[in-house]
Design a protein around this ligand. Structure first.
Ligand SMILES: C[S@@+](CC[C@H](N)C(=O)[O-])C[C@H]1O[C@@H](n2cnc3c(N)ncnc32)[C@H](O)[C@@H]1O
Length: 485
């Protein structure tokens, strides 16, 4: 069995159930930033071309609800004293707010991460100025103020400069160690000297201190030790490594962290792994790895990224995702919502979280496609997932939803086999004709879980060359360089 693991699930329960005490050498985490945005995904097709499917990957939105209140109370009553006191102080200042809910979500996870980190290990918490000041206090409470090692500033360039204030152009990476004897190898990540330094050191520089002449001084042939301000370009829209997963971080950033704070053979953990930047870099440099994500889309993205980068030979175990129809039935019985999420991921769609009354009724997931060029309207695919009984009336209802939502294609994903009459109703719904290619696609498509597990996919127009950027929401100046194409 390999030492590499990819877990689908909430990292809190995965850490508690599967990761042993003091078993990890390096942790990198890039949790949602409390930016109140929903992130979309633009995937690349298997042949490397960009697909026009945009699906909502995850929501970075927090609100103070029952779960947040319970997490807070649990920390206050049963958490370590420093954490309990800090959470109460936060609560006094922030009140029952969205930020408080975010911190109540982060605190128990940081405590678990501390438990699994080896005495020689270190942890890098990637955040931005929205919450970095609170998170630093939380890290102090969890790991101890003496374990703080660095506040790394990741500076990046980008468009969309603000006129209202200084443009926001950096993220913050907080580095803490588990103890005093942590592993750190700055030689592995030396930076090139500035041209001016190289020129100055090309000659005798006359370095005389306290009467001692240091004579001819040479620069280190492999460059200088880096400092705590890093200029690493963001993943450019045209970059080969870009997958379209929102908030994807550059591999060069992770390369620094992994090379400096771990050795070959060490275990690297990313509990919010997204499309797996840390995992791919760990694999490249001979580390073992553990990735966790709550979105099936992320798990699927990591799997295809590993295969595209290294070929089919990478050894790892996947936990939490059904591999057979009985597995899927079990998941559906245990947790209908998780099943739905998984089935949507398998179909390449993401969940429609706002199950509001009215407008979104009958929509479990959506996919968007662009088959009329860059400036045309996005077309929609509506996905419904059923784990229970099936009936022809479901197909007629789905037709009604397509009309109401102005969608082009409807997909009915079912665990149970559809009846003949359902297939007949679906066939009677007709075809969608793509205006440019004139190709035809069934307007209602029924996909069983069995079909999907065997590699079946939604049939919709592929090969559009252009993508449309979704309208930016929230903080434009931060969003512009880092988000989507
Ligand atoms: C900012 S993204 C990480 C991006 C990643 N660093 C990359 O380069 O692709 C945060 C990820 O955390 C995941 N996530 C959010 N809450 C989670 C939880 N409780 N457990 C596991 N994953 C979670 C989201 O699905 C999302 O993929």
């Amino acid at each position: 069995m390999s030492g590499n693991w990819l877990y689908f699930g909430d990292n809190l329960s995965v850490l508690r159930r599967h990761v042993k005490d003091a078993s990890v050498d390096l942790i990198y985490l890039d949790p949602p930033f409390k930016s109140n945005k929903a992130y979309n995904v633009i995937f690349k097709e298997r042949n490397g071309a960009q697909s026009k499917s945009q699906i909502e990957a995850f929501r970075d939105t927090w609100c103070w609800d029952q779960a947040a209140a319970e997490a807070y109370e649990d920390l206050v009553v049963s958490g370590p004293e420093e954490v309990s006191r800090l959470m109460q102080a936060f609560h006094q200042f922030l009140g029952p707010s969205d930020m408080m809910s975010y911190l109540a979500m982060m605190a128990p996870r940081l405590l678990e991460l501390r438990r699994v980190l080896k005495a020689t290990g270190s942890i890098y918490l990637h955040c931005d100025p929205t919450a970095s000041h609170y998170l630093k206090l939380l890290m102090d409470a969890v790991f101890g103020t003496r374990s703080f090692q660095n506040e790394i500033i990741w500076y990046y360039r980008g468009g969309g400069l603000s006129k209202a204030r200084w443009a926001r152009r950096h993220d913050v990476i907080l580095m803490y160690s588990q103890g005093g004897a942590f592993f750190f190898d700055p030689d592995a990540v030396r930076d090139e000297y500035a041209q001016s330094t190289k020129e100055r050191f090309a000659h005798y520089i006359g370095n005389v201190r306290k009467g001692h002449d240091f004579g001819v001084q040479r620069l280190h042939p492999e460059g200088k030790h880096p400092d705590d301000v890093w200029m690493v370009p963001i993943v450019a829209p045209s970059a080969r490594e870009r997958l379209g997963y929102p908030t994807q971080k550059p591999e060069a950033l992770l390369e620094r962290i992994i090379k400096a704070s771990s050795k070959p053979g060490d275990v690297v953990l990313d509990p919010f792994c997204g499309c797996g930047t840390a995992i791919v870099v760990a694999q490249r440099f001979g580390r073992s790895w553990i990735g966790i994500d709550i979105t099936p889309l992320a798990i699927n993205a990591v799997r295809s990224r590993l295969e595209q980068t290294f070929g089919p030979g990478v050894e790892y175990e996947v936990d939490g995702l059904p591999k057979t129809v009985p597995d899927a039935e079990k998941l559906a019985q245990e947790d209908r919502y998780k099943f739905e999420l998984w089935a949507l991921g398998l179909a390449g769609a993401s969940e429609q979280r706002e199950k509001k009354k009215g407008a979104d009724r009958g929509v479990d997931g959506r996919l968007y496609f662009y088959d009329e060029g860059p400036n045309a309207k996005a077309k929609q695919i509506i996905v419904q997932v059923k784990s229970g009984h099936v009936a022809p009336s479901h197909i007629r209802d789905l037709m009604g939803v397509l009309d109401r939502e102005n969608a082009q294609i409807g997909v009915y994903v079912t665990l149970k086999q559809p009846t003949k009459q359902m297939r007949a109703e679906a066939a009677a719904a007709g075809l969608y004709t793509s205006p440019v290619s004139q190709k035809k696609y069934p307007r209602i498509q029924i996909l069983t879980i069995e079909d999907l597990l065997k590699g079946g996919r939604i049939n919709y127009p592929a090969g559009t060359r252009h993508l449309r950027r979704p309208a930016p929401r929230g903080n434009k100046e931060r969003e512009a360089p880092e988000r989507l194409v």
